[in-house]
Design a protein around this ligand. Structure first.
Ligand SMILES: CC(=O)SCCNC(=O)CCNC(=O)[C@H](O)C(C)(C)COP(=O)(O)OP(=O)(O)OC[C@H]1O[C@@H](n2cnc3c(N)ncnc32)[C@H](O)[C@@H]1OP(=O)(O)O
Ligand SMILES: CC(C)C(=O)C(=O)O
Ligand SMILES: [Mg+2]
Length: 519
């Protein structure tokens, strides 16, 4: 078994992408989570970039325990000095210095001859060694560099004291087979390569960053530089979660290679980064996208319900993903529909299921996703001739609340045409009004789930209340939407109660023991 070191550069290359820069506090929060995830190295930033980035590297070096903390530095004494200074408090520190080795970069960007670059690389590594024994050297744009020159630079950097040699595909130009050959060639042509760990750093301009990194690992690289969600310059870097899970799920292919990543922390880390940067991953993103463990098509749903591994190559729990989701839509079949209806408490005969299935398909053709409330509505429409109108109607309610007031609510409602009024106090205005409704109806349903969320990020946003209740062993969900969160909660609660009552009466009517006049 051989270990592949995971060098996370979310906080350096990742934040170089437009719109992804993070404050020192945000970086610190991410760094703590990266330590929990179990990365071997955190590239915390580029200390010479700004005072703020110096501060971020310094804070992380001070406070984050576990991984090696690293700062990037150009092959310049002033950059390396700042990196060394920022990293001082770290228990384990690395300076990562780099210079470009391709013709195009040397000629047009650096305006340096190859000999000057060679000399600069040597001096930079030697200088960095004054601050730490752990020095990484990168040949920027390695994949477009002339081979013999690349070998010479690497050999020189190792002689000067580099302990890790990084081979970046800076512009995402490589293809997997060719990149694997480059790693092999470096191993075969750099005489002192056995004194350093070979690292790779791939960009995704042609969508091959992960494939290139994995092929490099297969051919001898033992450190991979990557980022959470694959963020980074332009099209991004290789995604950490994809590399780690590929090595884990396909260990048969990668022959005994492993990482120390605690994969159950992957989803959490991904979502934390999304929240911090305000940029969410696309739904079909491998490993962490919303659809990574969701199934909408009937054939797949049937398979997954029979055995998850028919259509899932890893357990969602292994990456900390909440769970497999079965989404009902126009591609779904009877197996999934029946399962969901059963979970909602509807046990239909084959004949009744057939009727509902037809209605369900017709609705799904008009709507992207069919929710539980939609299914309940279909059931009511199709079978519940017992009661066409909703039994409870709220006529009026009033809530008094404030910082020195015990929240009190009065509600006037009608139940099957009969007016009822009640007043109640509560632990907050929503609690008070819900209790007043229960008192007026003389019911005490069990609240199984209750959530309120804003549908848009403004103070005048529409709030959506979603509830699940159980009344006399009958479960029902409800939904209310309004700019007023109390009104949204009242609507959602009454919606759930109406559904529970109508459903219970339906069940009773089917059993021919319907009690008249009761709630
Ligand atoms: C492939 C990568 O991801 S490399 C890392 C990229 N990341 C960043 O650039 C983020 C942080 N960068 C910054 O904040 C700024 O670019 C700074 C502070 C580093 C430098 O700013 P400035 O001094 O104004 O220079 P500017 O960014 O305009 O140009 C880069 C300079 O560095 C030189 N340079 C570039 N790479 C290297 C290197 N590896 N070693 C030495 N010098 C280098 C360039 O030739 C240029 O030099 P010049 O000013 O003498 O012409
Ligand atoms: C600084 C180096 C490693 C880099 O980010 C690149 O070449 O892409
Ligand atoms: Mg890069």
């Amino acid at each position: 078994m051989e270990k592949v070191y995971i060098f996370d550069t979310t906080l350096r290359d990742g934040e170089q992408a437009p719109g992804f820069s993070m404050t020192a506090d945000e970086k610190l929060q991410m760094a703590h989570q990266l330590a929990k995830l179990g990365v071997d190295v955190i590239e915390a930033g580029f200390a010479a970039a700004s005072k703020g980035d110096f501060e971020s590297v310094h804070l992380i070096a001070q406070q984050v325990e576990g991984p090696i903390i690293c700062s990037l530095a150009r092959a310049l004494e002033k950059d390396i000095e700042l990196a060394g200074e920022a990293l001082k408090p770290a228990r384990r520190k690395r300076i990562h210095t780099f210079i470009a080795t391709s013709e195009i970069h040397m000629k047009y960007k650096l305006r340096m001859s190859p000999e000057e670059v060679l000399e600069r690389a040597k001096k930079a590594v030697e200088f960095a060694r004054r601050f730490t024994d752990d020095v990484e050297f990168s040949c920027e744009d390695a994949t477009r560099s002339q081979r013999e020159f690349l070998y010479r630079v690497i050999e020189t950097a190792i002689k000067a004291g580099a302990t890790v040699i990084n081979i970046p595909d800076t512009v995402g130009y490589a293809v997997p087979e060719e990149f694997a050959r480059l790693i092999e060639d470096i191993r075969n042509n750099v005489p002192n390569i056995d004194r350093a760990i070979i690292s790779v750093h791939c960009h995704d301009d042609l969508g091959m960053a992960v494939a290139n990194s994995l092929m490099a690992v297969k051919h001898g690289a033992r450190q991979v530089e990557c980022t959470i969600n694959g963020i980074g310059e332009r099209a991004g870097n290789a995604a950490l979660e994809e590399i780690v899970m590929a090595l884990k799920v396909r260990k048969d292919f990668f022959g005994g290679l492993y990482t120390d990543i605690n994969t159950r922390e992957i989803y959490k880390t991904s979502r934390l980064l999304c929240r911090i940067t305000g940029s969410f991953v696309q739904p079909n993103k491998a490993i962490v996208g919303d659809n990574a463990f969701a199934h909408e098509s009937g054939i797949h749903q049937h398979g997954v319900l029979a055995h998850p591994l028919t259509y899932e190559i890893m357990n969602p729990e292994d990456v900390g993903f909440p769970s497999t989701r079965i989404i009902l839509g126009k591609h779904s079949g009877r197996h999934a529909l029946k399962r969901r209806l059963n979970e909602l408490g509807f046990k239909l005969s084959d004949e009744d299921l057939e009727r509902i299935f037809e209605k369900f398909k017709a609705l799904a053709d008009k709507k992207k996703e069919v929710y539980d409330e939609d299914l309940e509505a279909l059931i009511y429409e199709e079978f519940m001739k017992v009661e066409e109108e909703e039994p409870i109607k709220v006529k009026h309610y009033q809530v008094q609340t404030g910082d020195n007031l015990l929240p009190t609510a009065t509600v006037v409602l009608s139940f099957r045409g009969e007016e009822r009024t009640a007043t109640s106090t509560g632990n907050g205005p929503v609690d008070a009004v819900i209790k007043a409704i229960q008192k007026a109806l003389k019911v005490e349903p069990r609240l199984i789930d209750f959530s309120i969320k804003a549908l848009t990020p403004n103070t005048d946003a529409q709030a959506e209340a979603r509830l699940v209740i159980e009344l006399d062993n009958v479960k029902a969900s409800g939904r209310g939407v309004d700019t007023d969160i109390i009104k949204a909660s009242v609507s959602g609660f009454v919606d759930a109660l109406n559904r529970a009552i109508m459903r219970r009466n339906y069940i009773l009517s089917k059993e021919s023991i319907r009690e008249e006049g009761t709630v």
